[in-house]
Design a protein around this ligand. Structure first.
Ligand code: RET
Length: 276
């Protein structure tokens, strides 16, 4: 066995307890996880209370999609806190930390696959967009998250890490296009353009922070430590998920009449009767 493969074997054999110990000995990393677990818990209770009186199908669907954001989040952060979705990766030659065992909280990228589509579903319903547009935004978003996960997990080639990063960015551009070009027009027609405009800017600005952090953190050029990167993501999460969801639900609860259709254009102008 060569020296390199011996190291790789040692890395792969790091147990969940080793990983947990490493997380718990890193105050920055550990606090960035637990603060979010606590916040998600409070936010879930708040959102249940905020949406309990909603009656129309579209408003209820927005509420459930929005509720799922902190629900996925608390599960995601619990996975990170336990060490289940965190591992040691040996970075390939060419990477700033080449050959070193780097702690990778890859569970984040995995669970974004479930949380970000809920954010887009809620926004799409708010804009009362059509199913094709919603499907486009959500599938492009899932593509972005899965290829982002691949970029983080690849240890065979430095170049391929960045190739996957580029593919993920391309998916992201499609999501941005839908958010910035298609849905504002739909929201205008649906009478939700004011709140949609606020949430669109919040979403676009904050979401742009994620690929920047990835590139600067230990997954990318390693200018930021694992703990600082993790706090960066946690901070973005607090704004992009909890603050976003709070603003959306508060508006929906106060303006249910404006979003009282059945959802996704069905019965609210998008699907006209066949004999019209
Ligand atoms: C990655 C790296 C590869 C390139 C791009 C990325 C974008 C990630 C985004 C994540 C948003 C996450 C949110 C989570 C809330 O639960 C995967 C970092 C483009 C935009 C809002």
């Amino acid at each position: 066995m060569t020296a390199a493969s011996t190291t790789a074997t040692t890395v792969l054999q790091a147990t969940q307890s080793d990983v947990l110990q490493e997380i718990q000995s890193n105050f920055l990393l550990n606090s960035s996880i637990w603060v979010n677990i606590a916040l998600a818990g409070v936010v879930i209770l708040l959102f249940v209370a905020m949406g309990r009186d909603l009656e129309s199908p579209r408003a209820k669907l927005i509420w459930v999609a929005t509720m799922l954001v902190p629900l996925v989040s608390i599960s995601s952060y619990a996975g990170l806190a336990s060490g289940l979705t965190v591992g040691f990766l040996q970075m390939p030659p060419g990477h700033a930390l080449a050959g070193q065992e780097v702690l990778s909280p890859w569970g984040r990228y995995l669970t974004w696959t479930f949380s970000t589509p809920m954010i887009l579903l809620a926004l799409g319903l708010l804009a009362d967009t059509d199913i094709a547009s919603l499907f486009t935004a959500i599938t492009m978003d899932i593509g972005m998250c899965v290829t982002g996960l691949a970029a983080a997990l690849i240890t065979s080639s430095h170049l391929l890490r960045w190739v996957f990063y580029g593919i993920s960015c391309a998916f992201f551009v499609a999501v941005l296009y839908v958010l910035l070009v298609q849905w504002p027009a739909d929201a205008e027609a649906a009478g939700t353009s004011e709140i949609f405009g606020t949430l669109k800017i919040l979403t676009v600005v904050l979401w742009l922070g994620y690929p920047i952090l990835w590139a600067l953190g230990s997954e990318g050029v390693a200018l930021l430590s694992v703990g600082v990167t993790s706090w960066g993501y946690s901070g973005l999460d607090i704004l992009a998920k909890y603050v976003f969801a709070f603003l959306l639900l508060r508006w929906v609860a106060a303006n249910e009449g404006t979003v009282s259709g059945s959802g996704m254009g069905i019965g609210s102008g998008g699907a006209a009767p066949a004999d019209d």
